[in-house]
Design a protein around this ligand. Structure first.
Ligand code: FPP
Length: 254
């Protein structure tokens, strides 16, 4: 009988779990289209596989103790894609939320959405509201889905809100500091971002979490998002743990 030889893991999972893990990971889920094309499938099949993978990676992150995972599902620039693809990408989260809801409850994961939700189709808005409400008291991890999100737009909205508070006499100009700005961002209730992963080989930030990335470690991999599995996550974690995070200061211990 033929037994496939078990592939040896390149990283030691046990060792990784004993060392400090990032509290907050963000991922740019890139490469769904190329993943599908390589297999002779329509781009939408890549997005479907990508959504399934978000579920798996989310559960894994919750299980190993990551406190927040923030994924980019639709950007403010993605409206420029063909109509058929946009239609699919607006329906996909509805099914994703429906299928994932019992597991979000089981794993005590809170679901949060950032972006301009009010511009999304009504049925998707309703679903977002429903799942947010269902999971609002879950404490183990927060899964944030960026839907119709753009970081420059988020910063612009924060500035507008702060300006209004100044205009109304609720805030003085010299009281505006980094923490005030952070409190007005859509990520205000999330821990600081530690690690940003982008799959599929592009070396760009693509208008994602620009403010929040200030001191995050960046990790780029050529693996397409649907192929980014447990082993690839551990490789990213090992890489993160090998970095020397100084936050602008000196650290002579490493
Ligand atoms: C980038 O791949 C991916 C997107 C623009 C959409 C990402 C959406 C998903 C993974 C589905 C997740 C959905 C939920 C609800 C969590 P691409 O299309 O740019 O791929 P390409 O660069 O290979 O063309």
């Amino acid at each position: 009988m033929f037994f496939k030889k078990k592939r040896k893991l390149k990283v030691n999972q046990e060792q990784i779990l004993k060392a400090p893990l990032p509290q907050h990971i963000a991922i740019i889920l890139d490469g769904n289209g190329r993943w599908a094309k390589k297999r002779g499938l329509p781009r939408t099949a890549g997005h479907q596989e990508g959504a399934m993978n978000v579920r798996e990676i989310t559960k894994l992150c919750a299980t190993i103790g990551i406190k927040a995972l923030t994924v980019y599902a639709f950007s403010t620039e993605n409206w420029k894609r063909p109509e058929e693809e946009i239609k699919f990408l607006m329906k996909l989260p509805i099914k994703f939320f429906d299928d994932f809801a019992p597991e979000l409850v089981e794993h005590e994961i809170r679901l949060k959405v950032i972006g301009n939700v009010e511009q999304l189709p009504k049925d998707l808005q309703q679903k977002v509201q429903e799942i947010t409400e269902l999971t609002k008291d879950n404490k183990k991890m927060t899964l944030t889905i960026a839907l119709n999100y753009g970081s420059q737009d988020e910063i612009k909205q924060a500035i507008q809100k702060i300006a209004l508070e100044v205009q109304n006499g609720e805030l003085a100009v010299d009281e505006i500091d980094e923490s005030v700005i952070e409190q007005h961002l859509m990520t205000c209730d999330l821990p600081p971002l530690d690690l940003m992963i982008r799959t599929s080989g592009e070396l760009r930030i693509s208008n994602y979490l620009l403010w929040q990335l200030a001191y995050a470690e960046l990790y780029f991999t050529s693996v397409a998002w649907p192929d980014f599995k447990e082993e690839q996550l551990y490789e990213a974690l090992a890489d993160y743990q090998a970095r020397n995070r100084r936050f602008g200061a000196l650290n002579e211990s490493k």
